[in-house]
Design a protein around this ligand. Sequence first.
Ligand SMILES: Cc1cc2nc3c(=O)[nH]c(=O)nc-3n(C[C@H](O)[C@H](O)[C@H](O)COP(=O)(O)OP(=O)(O)OC[C@H]3O[C@@H](n4cnc5c(N)ncnc54)[C@H](O)[C@@H]3O)c2cc1C
Length: 372
Amino acid sequence: MRPFPLSLASPVEHAAPLPAEADLVVIGGGVIGVATALFANRRGLKTVLVEKGRVAAEQSSRNWGWIRAQGRDPAELPIVLEARRLWAELAAQTGEDIGLAQTGVLYLAENDRDLAGYDQWAAIARAHDLDTRQLSAAEIAALLPAAAKSWPGALWTASDLRAEPWRAVPALARLAAREGVTIRENCAARGLDIAAGRVGGVVTEAGRIATPAVVLAGGAWSSLLLARHGVTIPQLSVRSTVVRAEAAAPFAGQAVDGELAFRPRADGGVTLALGAAHDFFIGPDAFRHFFTWLPTAKSTFAHTRFRPAAPAGFPDAWTTARKWSDGGPSPFETMRVLDPLRTAVSSSASPALSPNGFPHSESRKSPMPGPA
Ligand SMILES: Cc1cc2nc3c(=O)[nH]c(=O)nc-3n(C[C@H](O)[C@H](O)[C@H](O)COP(=O)(O)OP(=O)(O)OC[C@H]3O[C@@H](n4cnc5c(N)ncnc54)[C@H](O)[C@@H]3O)c2cc1C
């Protein structure tokens, strides 16, 4: 098995010495932290970004890489259209190949219910002047000639984009560093300095940075850090599986039906994922936020495999420390790059090959299956 492109084995690329003070400290080097640091620096803030492991080595390199308007809530469309514009601009500014391509997003209907949902969304697309089209079964067959399955119809937005996540976010970080952001990998934030209700600094494993402002972009770890300071956010995590296969891509765009999503990869082959299936590990936060998340748990029940405990070192594992001192070590250093393969991967590692236990589209709640 080829290793994932980003891991703890990847060389440290950002090892800038930490300044004693900054206007803003960003905790976390995923896409949110890197983009925040880049734009804060452009607005004149002296910005430091600390990342416990490697830039983008967690969720921000493992996703589907879609930059899509299709299927969005109308309130999100202006944001997505701006994001499309920004990605094109940023890709040019990085000077790197981030795999940005306008190859379109295709939602394949399984049944009449899906088709009815696509009818509704096509009306939204028309109102926003998008190029979204509804495709017939014959048009789909022409687009995916090798498919063993057929679909009664599809929704297709040719102008939607994708990028290669594990290239795009590190490239943005390099751009940010060139423009003056101080970035330090292998540097966990252990906690915040708070006095009289105000943040005065961030305590990292490499020392303290005095700052009046912090953006916590710690992904799945954010609630753990905040809980140390008595701040509760209703955050729970699930594990979804995305597979890299060496097979030839069925077409140039990215597509999803009731079971499977796929897209070509920038390093050859395809990325495959089971649309909505995920593992949920029960831990202390599951009980803490039980009522907040109950409606979501009910609506996604058919797609969720409940597991009694997260692997050791995961943010909401039963054994993960909830208290630690500034002298550390903190749980963030114990798991520098969240390793989703820590548990047996029996059924979730090859979802396309072993879908038993996961639902068919009849149990899918939304006819709009795209990723976040
Ligand atoms: C299966 C799947 C498919 C998806 N597909 C898409 C898609 O196609 N398009 C799309 O736009 N979105 C998609 N998403 C969503 C997208 O991946 C996430 O919204 C995004 O990656 C979140 O980025 P982030 O920066 O918030 O978090 P992360 O990428 O998790 O980054 C957080 C970083 O913070 C670091 N960190 C945590 N705690 C500390 C600490 N104390 N000190 C220092 N560093 C710390 C971590 O090491 C990590 O690198 C998908 C999600 C999933 C699960």
